[in-house]
Ligand binder design. Structure first.
Ligand code: CTP
Length: 398
């Protein structure tokens, strides 16, 4: 069982730490909470103790209830330290190496990864002293979870709101799951929609956000793979350390995928490829005319099916977005496209499909075995898919 030490410092967003504890505990993580005195003005140690199931430490000099020489003990036993929320003064103390509270002292004594989620008024956040301290923390190797822009407790709007709890949990899980079980593997991921143009200003597409493919690329990178991400137009930020090839049409996606396919060990096709394209694309913007307008479409190549035809010993993973007969359709696609796995999701369900941060999916294997997964974040789903890929490559599965 992984152990996270959660440091809570004194800001209004401290109440959200309760959700963080719950989220981590429900994912089987052991959580120990350390609080500064100021944090106890916003949320009680009793709340945190009840949610985490472990005693909370506030006073460095109190009689130890769990481990002796407390800050060192927590520091040594941590798989990860998270500070959420992190106030301006905590950030200043840590940047200066001042160890006069349990949270700072523990961080100074640990070798575990440290994630810091700042939350404060936007003027405070933008203050040069705070920004300089954040730069120092980053240089020291601490990971920052950037605050969101939005409504702040003081009534202002701006940057400084604690990052979304689900985002914080994803980052924690990402760091905890960092294992090198895909080291040396070359993985190609496709993401996002494709677009097929009717004229220079109009196209046929779909609402794919690209989140699933980008999560897969980031997760595979974190597990040591060399990742090529072929992406249709999306608003997602390219994950650092991943080679990103931007494409627009299905033909462009096909060309990019075929170019890289021979060097790959694994291909995961999370893109929502447009199946039909206009037979012709007008050179100039079309003017409106008659009441009815009939558009003739022709089939696009099925990229995944083409890869299936030249599969060899490569692992091919497809996605099936369905609104009915989920498993039967998924099995049929495995057969038709010669795949190893298909991630089937019922896009009709709440919390699944296009644009959401979560997904409900079943992983269907070539031999018919099905692994049903609960509602989880797209990053968690990415790791579940990669677990199956690792098992297929003969690696360890946990
Ligand atoms: N796919 C592809 N090229 C296409 C269409 C789909 O590579 N022209 C891939 C998708 O990236 C996905 C899988 O095939 O991994 C399944 O896509 P989906 O649209 O669900 O199924 P289709 O095979 O297109 O079948 P249908 O639309 O009839 O359900």
């Amino acid at each position: 069982m992984k152990r996270v030490i959660l440091g809570i410092t004194g800001g209004i967003a401290a109440y959200k730490a309760a959700e963080v504890v719950r989220g981590l505990c429900t994912r089987g993580i052991e959580v120990h909470v350390l609080m500064t005195e100021a944090a106890t003005r916003f949320i009680t140690p009793l709340t945190m103790q009840t949610l985490s199931g472990n005693p909370v430490v506030v006073d460095m000099f109190a009689e130890p209830r769990v481990w002796n020489v407390q800050h060192v003990a927590y520091a040594k036993r941590a798989d990860l330290v998270l500070v959420a929320p992190a106030t301006a003064s905590f950030i200043g103390r840590l940047a200066a190496g001042i160890a006069d509270d349990m949270v700072c002292a523990t961080i100074l004594a640990t070798t575990a990864p440290v994630l810091i989620a700042p939350a404060m008024n936007s003027q405070m956040y933008r203050h040069p002293a705070v920004q300089a301290n954040l730069v120092r923390l980053r240089k020291m190797g601490y990971h920052l979870i950037a605050p969101d822009v939005g409504e702040l407790a003081c009534g202002d709007r701006g940057e400084g709101r604690l990052a979304d709890v689900s985002q914080i949990i994803d980052q924690v899980l990402g760091h905890l799951q960092r294992k090198a079980d895909l080291a040396g593997k070359r993985i190609l991921v496709t993401a996002g929609p494709t677009r097929e143009f009717i004229d220079p200003v109009r196209f046929i597409s779909n609402p794919s956000s690209g989140k699933m493919g980008y999560a897969l690329a980031a997760a595979a990178r974190d597990r040591g793979a060399q990742v090529v991400l072929v992406s249709g137009p999306t608003a997602q930020v390219p994950p650092p350390g991943v080679e990103v090839i931007q494409v627009t049409t299905t033909a462009e996606m096909l060309a990019a995928v075929l170019e890289h396919f021979p060097q790959m060990d694994v291909v995961i096709k999370a893109a929502a490829v447009v199946d039909y394209r206009p037979q012709t694309t007008a050179e100039h913007k079309m003017k409106k005319g008659s009441e009815k307008y009939v558009l003739t479409l022709e089939r696009n190549p099925d990229i995944l099916k083409m890869l299936g035809g030249r599969k060899g010993d490569k692992i091919l993973v497809g996605f099936a977005a369905e609104t009915q007969d989920l498993i039967e359709n998924a099995r049929e696609k495995i057969r038709a496209k010669n795949l190893d796995l298909i991630v089937a999701n019922d896009v009709g369900q709440r919390g699944a499909g296009f644009g959401t941060d979560t997904n409900i999916a079943s992983i269907v294997h070539r031999d018919g075995t099905i692994r049903e997964l609960p509602l989880c974040s797209k990053l968690e789903l990415a790791h579940h898919i990669l677990d199956e890929v690792v098992a297929l490559t003969g690696g360890e599965k946990d």
